[in-house]
Design a protein around this ligand. Structure first.
Ligand code: DAH
Length: 355
């Protein structure tokens, strides 16, 4: 009997101390497996006298049941512990910082165009557009540009092959033809700006075959140069965000305006840096003038009744000056690193470039 009791105690304590499910399974096989010690013990019952069998049978069964229960209990405990360990090992470290997302940005050209139209809208100008493929009339003749004018030459203008009707169309060299189309379709008062792409056969550090302009046109009764000056001064101060920016109107010539002027803004160059708004030097930014009476008449507007002013400026140039971009060609290089550096977030764009 002591042997049996020893066996029971040994197994129960081995089960209790089993460190892993594998060790526990070994113990189970040693005890209850086909050749296990308890199973063999059970087999001895068959050879016993009925009375002894009855007596021992109860005891052996009790031991077997107890060991089986202890095995189950230990198994559940070890399984739970192993699961906890596993979960711990596989758990997600949520404190890891997220991988940076690649965000798109607003091209400085779009940003500048947005800011320009925003300012002119606030002055009551409407935005209009015109075709990029133009005819000679809208791009040149109606604008009082004579047949011998150098701008018409092939080295400056991209002409399309002659059409079946004998007409040679061209890629517009300026946004000024939108003035003509607007005046042909609308009676004064007119107050429009026309931003868009223009094309010239040119390529160096300050010229690209395509670039952008914004054209302004204001036609009404009793309009004079004072209105033009007020409009241009207010616009430049708003765009460059310099409230007391000094401007200079320099007499110039354009075939479609009379008188014509070029507008310079005050600046200085210090240690290779261009500083806008400080007095010392001048920088040309806008071409403008009073719309030539011939241009009004070409569009069916009575020049004895109506007057107006027009202006045109390069959008890339404005963006380069405002955002400090040194090379015009970089606008068209589609280099993502450049765009990440000079681009604007959509939020900034919405805020009109507010920093
Ligand atoms: N079209 C001119 C150019 O491309 C710019 C310009 C100058 C437009 C004077 C105007 C203006 O409307 O009045 O150089």
């Amino acid at each position: 009997m002591t042997d049996i009791n020893d066996l029971q105690t040994t197994y129960l304590s081995a089960i209790k101390g089993a460190p892993t499910l594998t060790v526990l399974e070994e113990i189970r096989l040693n005890a209850l497996g086909k050749q296990g010690e308890i199973s063999l013990l059970m087999k001895t019952l068959g050879k016993m006298e009925p009375k002894e069998r009855q007596e021992k049978g109860v005891i052996f069964n009790g031991i077997r049941t107890q060991i089986a229960a202890a095995l189950e209990e230990r198994k559940a405990k070890l399984a739970a512990a192993e699961m906890t360990e596993k979960l711990k090992a596989e758990s997600l470290d949520v404190s890891l910082s997220a991988r940076g997302e690649l965000k798109g940005s607003v091209h400085p050209l779009s940003q500048a165009q947005y800011e320009l139209t925003e300012i002119f809208s606030s002055m009551g100008f409407h935005v209009v557009e015109g075709p990029h493929i133009e005819d000679d009339f809208h791009n040149f003749s109606a604008l009082n540009i004579p047949p011998e004018h150098p701008a018409r030459e092939e080295q400056d203008t991209f002409y399309l092959p002659k059409g079946e009707d004998g007409e040679t169309l061209l890629l517009r060299t300026q946004t000024s033809p939108v003035q003509i189309r607007t005046m042909q379709n609308k009676k004064p008062p007119i107050r429009v700006v026309a931003p868009g792409r223009v094309y010239r056969s040119d390529y160096d550090q300050t010229h690209t075959p395509t670039f952008h302009q914004i054209e302004g046109l204001f036609i009404d009764r009793n309009i004079h140069m004072g209105h033009l000056k007020r409009c241009v001064v207010d616009f430049c101060r708003a765009f460059f965000e310099i409230p007391d920016l000094e401007l200079r109107f320099r007499p110039s010539f354009f075939p479609f305006t009379e008188p014509s002027a070029e507008v310079d803004i005050a600046c200085v160059r210090r240690d290779g840096e261009l500083i806008l708004g400080e007095k010392g030097d001048w920088l040309e930014v806008i071409g403008c003038g009073m719309v030539h009476p011939k241009v009004l008449d070409n569009c069916g507007i009575d020049s004895t009744e109506y007057q107006g002013f027009a202006f045109g400026l390069g959008i890339e140039r404005m963006a380069m000056l405002k955002y400090g971009i040194p090379d015009l060609r970089s606008f068209y290089d589609t280099d993502n690193r450049w765009l990440r550096h000079y681009g604007f977030s959509a939020f900034e764009a919405l805020m009109g470039g507010a920093k």
